[in-house]
Ligand binder design. Structure first.
Ligand code: TTP
Ligand code: MN
Ligand code: MN
Ligand code: MN
Length: 367
């Protein structure tokens, strides 16, 4: 399959896993506009339209040239006529501006930006006439769960981007915790920072131990260790429900079943080279940061790494596997439906090879 950066629009694959997409986006105005439209469709329960705009934005992100007119656009995959029209109007079209100033859109965007608040909760609050954080916090009939309470408490800090230097500092802290527990444990950076992004909304790590069946204990020990250091501000631990014999999920956006935790950690300024990312006028020498940890069994590591490296790339890998190879892929395993067997992998390269795909580096997966 053709995966080099094509200059011809006709050579662009409809699957993100057959495109190389770096963090350099030559069509940011357009993809930002498409993301607003996609999000608005999502807020209105129109999932098909939402997906169509996200796929189109992902195609535009992979291009090495800036789209200026619709002339080469109709050769591109995933870009329908509505989208061509939008490209002609260019970026912040009337429709996008209308959404951006819409009260419902603004409120749902605000509420879902709180850690622990999903679309359902945000809609419920909106229907009750709530529009601002004080509205929510002062409404006596609203019960916030533990995650939402922490979300509001640390809102300023955790809605602020995490820098690479901060991610590195957190890596050292967690690496130390892992090694204090088991000398042959490993810590691997994943998520957006593994894709080479300069900033993220959190930091994602995979922790492993070579001893089978010890992965859950490793995670709970790490949490305990962070607590003893006084830097654990919040922790939501989910134990493993992984079942080896189950087939990979058919669903695109399936969560995995490994032991994992969603944390908020206290990061000290002195730990970070070049200092913390802080709001202007904030003189504290620490900030709160979101961290995700997942702990798969050792033989599932490659699947977890590929899955958690994320972006649209990973969604399309699953879609490609299913539609083009009759295989089922998720964060746990790869199953060949023709041969009726699981395919083993110790590295990401093994998985690409099983799928008959050219290997694509993590920093080329910003789809
Ligand atoms: P995110 O951390 O949400 O996204 P990101 O790291 O790509 O971007 P950002 O810089 O904004 O943080 O998710 C990383 C990947 O983890 C994403 O592809 C989804 C995956 N994931 C799972 O596969 N299973 C899970 O249970 C969870 C929570 C995440
Ligand atoms: Mn370029
Ligand atoms: Mn992340
Ligand atoms: Mn995450």
């Amino acid at each position: 399959p053709e995966v080099s950066t094509p200059t011809s629009a006709a050579a662009v694959s409809q699957y993100a896993c057959q495109r190389r997409t770096t963090t350099e986006n030559h069509n940011k105005n357009l993809t930002d506009a498409f993301e607003v439209l996609a999000e608005n469709y999502e807020f209105n329960g129109m999932e098909g339209q939402c997906l169509a705009f996200r796929r189109a934005a992902s195609v535009l992100k992979s291009l090495s040239w800036e789209v200026r007119s619709s002339e080469r656009v109709h050769e591109l995959p995933c870009l329908g006529e509505t989208m061509e029209e939008l490209i002609l109007q260019y970026g912040r079209s009337f429709e996008v501006n209308k959404i951006l100033s819409d009260e419902r859109y603004q409120t749902l965007k605000l509420f879902t930006s709180v850690f622990g608040v999903g679309l359902k909760t945000a809609e419920k609050w909106y229907r009750r006439g709530l529009r601002t954080f004080p509205d929510v916090l002062e409404e006596p009939s609203i019960h916030l769960n533990r995650m939402q309470q922490s979300g509001f408490l640390h809102y300023g800090d955790i809605s602020r981007a995490v820098s690479k230097a901060e991610a590195q500092a957190l890596g050292s802290i967690i690496d130390e915790a892992v090694h204090a527990i088991t000398p042959d444990g490993t810590l691997t950076l994943t998520g957006g920072f593994r894709r080479g992004k300069d900033f993220g909304h959190d930091v994602d790590f995979i922790v492993t131990t070579p001893e089978r069946g010890q992965e859950e204990r490793l995670l709970t020990s790490i949490i305990q260790h962070l607590k003893q250091q006084g830097i654990l501000l919040f922790s939501d631990y989910q134990s493993s429900s992984f079942d080896m014999s189950k087939l990979p999920s058919h669903r695109f956006e399936a969560m995995d079943h490994f032991a994992k935790c969603f944390l908020i950690l206290r990061l000290e300024g002195r730990e970070v080279e070049g200092g913390l990312c802080r709001a202007e006028g904030d003189s504290r020498d620490w900030r709160a940061v979101r961290v995700d940890l997942v702990s798969p069994p050792p033989d599932r590591f490659a699947f977890t790494l590929l899955g958690w490296t994320g972006s649209r790339f990973e969604r399309d890998l699953r879609r490609f596997a299913r539609l083009e190879r009759r295989m089922l892929l998720d964060n746990h395993a790869l199953f060949d439906k023709t041969k009726k067997e699981f395919l083993a992998a110790t590295t990401e390269k093994d998985i690409f090879a099983h799928l008959g795909l050219e290997y694509i580096e993590p920093w080329q997966r910003n789809a």
